[in-house]
Design a protein around this ligand. Sequence first.
Ligand SMILES: Nc1ncnc2c1ncn2[C@@H]1O[C@H](COP(=O)(O)OP(=O)(O)O)[C@@H](O)[C@H]1O
Ligand SMILES: [Mg+2]
Length: 1104
Amino acid sequence: MSSGGVPSAAATSSSQCCGQHGSRGHSARRAPPLAIHEQEVGVADTLQLEPLTEEAFVANLQQRFKRDLIYTSAGDVLVSVNPYKKLALYSLDVVEAYRNRPILSHLPPHIFALADKAHWNLRERNEEQCVVVSGESGSGKTEAARIVLQYVTVAGSGPSGAQQDPALAPIKLIRDRLLQAGPLLEAFGNAKTHKNDNSSRFGKYLDVEFDFKGDPVGGTFTSYLLEKSRVTRQLAGERNFHIFYQLLTGADIQLLKSLKLHRNIDNYAFLRPSRPLSMETIDDKRDFQVTKKALETLGFSAEDVVQIFKVVASVLKLGNIGFTPTSNIDGTEGCTVTNDYELFEVCGLLGTNPMELTSALTQRTILAGPVLDSPSTNPAPPPPPPSCGSLRGVKSGGCSSSAAGTPPSFVPSSSMSSTASRDVYEVCEMLQHSTLARLTLADERGSTSTAGELVVADLSASEATASRDILCRALYSRLFAWLVKQVNDATRVRKYGKRKVLGILDIYGFEVFEQNGFEQFIINFCNEKLQQAVADCTLRQRQEEMLREGIEWTPVDFFNNTPVCELIEKNNHGILAVLDEESQRGGPGGDESFLARLCHTCGSSAYFETRNCAPHSAPSDLPCNTSVPPNCFRLRHYAGTVTYGVTGFVDKNNDTLPLDLSLAMFRCEHPLLKNLFPEGNPKRTTLKRAASAGTQFKISVGALMGNLQSKTPHFVRCIKPNELKQPRIFENALVQHQVRYLCLVQTIKVRKSSFAHSESYESFLHRYKMLSPHTWPSWRGSAVEGASYLLRDLPLSSPHFAFGRTRIFVRGERTVAELEEFRRQRLEDLAALVQKMWRGYRCRQRYILMRQSQIVIASAWRSWREWQIGKTRLFKGKKNLFCLYRVAREEYRELKRRKQIEWAVQVIQTHYLQWRRRQFLQRLCVSLPSESPMCREWPAAAKRLSDTSLLLRRIHHKWRCHKYRLKFDQTARNRMREKVTASIIFRDRKASYPRSVSHPFLGDYVRLRQNVQWKKICVETNDQYVVFADIINKITRSSGKFVPILFVLSTSSMLILDQRTLQIKYRVPAADIYRLSLSPYLDDVAIFHIKAVSLSIEFIFFFL
Ligand SMILES: Nc1ncnc2c1ncn2[C@@H]1O[C@H](COP(=O)(O)OP(=O)(O)O)[C@@H](O)[C@H]1O
Ligand SMILES: [Mg+2]
């Protein structure tokens, strides 16, 4: 079973070397062991292969294979050639060498390197990973997956980590359970086939969950469609599932006795075909111990183990039950169990009643057809379907509803779905009536049946055998599903926290046998999907990315298998859809009808052939395609053409277990059977019809592909060197065929002209920003700009990088490793810096604490010393000293309190004053006086603010004057100037001056300037510029009386004119007026003093 050369963790723990904690490049590095020293045989990394042709590639593989170098790197893919012998490639030394290798070291390609990369990405990049192992059946996939699992479970804390550290005991337990799940599932799910002695007959996908340190904390297994037909039938030269042989060969005599088994394999019909097989590669006895140990490690109790083996033994014994045909009284065929003792033993193992099991195996309960009142009106009944057996009204007791010799008055409706019959049956069950009672009642009512009546039909011997086989397959496959569930329970993650997942996919390999059935079709469909996913990732997506990112690129062609996948899975028109339709239709001849409909629906596809429809390439005039056998169809898969026989397709797709069997199994006392056959529970409520096997598989494969796409994939392509399963044989043509359909050369070509790594600018910058002072600690510009700054600051040449539209591309793996190395070194420096700062902080804190302690100690010491001194010198006793201390302390407190009060007063005062100032200003701003400069009002202010108030008043006054001035035009300004001049002259000198201030000075009070007569006069006398003109009183010298006259003052003279005639009476040139006098009193007298040549004259005027 476990024939690979990988030591199990438990088996090798004693020989292991130091398991270092810490990541790659940090641990003590040792020279790699001899086994992995690069031996220059061929080309290890085929990117360097020249010329890169299929032949050269295969020759290179062969050259390396001869020297036991089975791993070769092919671009993004690791190629592994099955050596069919144990190699010293997986020792713990080698594990350690790959685990601790420096980033830039060069070690030969190895599956450990791939597993390490996946684990490292998971740990360091925090990305979910998956390892996809693919290849033909027998190419070494299961071994590869096992090796990957063994590596990744120890990659975190090292192979010996858990053994040495008790805190890691839970990790060790999970590690052991994950590793032991493999042998257990292989014992129940693997078998010897022509292709492989340990061929996986189920698909397996394991999600291992890791904590942040990279240690496994749990896992979940998903199994895909077990090939259960193998339980009852195997091809010549193949074997049944391993567990049957292991149990018979390995179990001790007591166990065998309790299971009522014999050691001789020949005693069991289901195992007989494999009897002549040589047992070179399989040691069932040893493997049984491995299986038992696995069950134990996975937490199965001794009782559980016995119950599991009881089910296995029951399957074996059921296989031995034969049926003898009998004729019923009504002429229909029935059967009885030939070997009752086997049946009794099975019933003993399962805890059920032999009668009940016999009825379940030899009879079928079905739903009756439409109401038929009399036999005469009854149309000829259609023949019963082969799976339904002949019908009788009631068995056991002979109270049949049909009279002897007459045809049964009710027939099963072939169009009635099994679900409907089940529903009615369940209703009966729920009503607590037994089928028998129900039927008897119906019979007593008078030999007629209504639609919906349940009847029991006898099965013929061949039908009973088929029924028995169905039961055996169901028992075994459900036991397997239950085991997977139990394993998952045992490996479930129990710790909370952030976790990352690494998936390992080991699906059944591509298979072509001489006869291929439904199972091979499903297996090959799965492989087709996997091939599509791998090609998508390594070839299509990569090329599309280059084009999308605008990087120069020459497209590489490859075989695209999408049409084949669509041919199989397309909704409505795919092979699986047609099969589903046929399965739902039910009735006889399903397989033939399925083939006919396939021919009609898929006949146009170039990948599909039947006898009646040839591929497009074939000449159309050929009447029939004789290369395809009858009842077969042929598909052109990516890995070759496969011919499938359609017999059994519909039944296997339907995969329904007759309700009689479910019920019988549910009623068994065996504790597992209630779990395995829940639909047998009459109280269950779900009446939904289960999806067909094909559809279920399609859905689960779709989910699997989605899951793989969400993770970073790592591909292992396994190659089978020969069909003989022999070491040292390398069949060139076989390998070349595999290399071709796996598109390995194209993968290398694409990788060679593309880049090893691509990443979005944002994530690239985020990962490496610490490598440039421009981008560390934070970069605010665009990510592209940041990335180019970053690269400029690195000692790496620019041809190693390419800038796409949204992603940056790194040419070689080595450059990626160099970047990682730079990052590691820089992180070490940064870690040292953080440590330094932390230590500094700690020391400072310590220093502060020590200083405070020192002060406390010193003060205590001083107190003590004073007390000592006081005791001897000043005070008589301790009591006085304490009094003194108390007084001093009181005084100190008082002083402190006073100081606090003073401080408080100051604060209050300051705030109060500020508040007052604020109040004053706020009040002032709403009660400002008028804006007239004449206004004298001003709001009163507190004495403390009088200076401020005065200042503000001045400012306000200046401001309003300024505003006032701004309103003046030129005339007003002139007038003001006159007023100011008048003020300078008359203010405080003339009592009537204040009265005049408010009157504007006009000068020409009689509008003389407009007078026509005056205009003439003034031209003559040159007195055009009148400064003053008004009617005033002149005091005559002679009489002293007032005489009104027109007084005019021009710029050149003073004139006295008659007020009516404007006749000039006197004209005195301005130069002759030498003085002007005014009285200081409240009169209007003005005196003009005039120089005269002969006498001096003075005019005295009264200005009114
Ligand atoms: N790396 C290996 N080292 C040694 N033997 C191997 C190795 N890989 C496969 N084998 C042998 O090939 C057999 C078939 O391998 P297996 O992994 O079961 O094939 P697959 O799962 O692809 O059908 C194994 O039982 C084992 O004997
Ligand atoms: Mg396998």
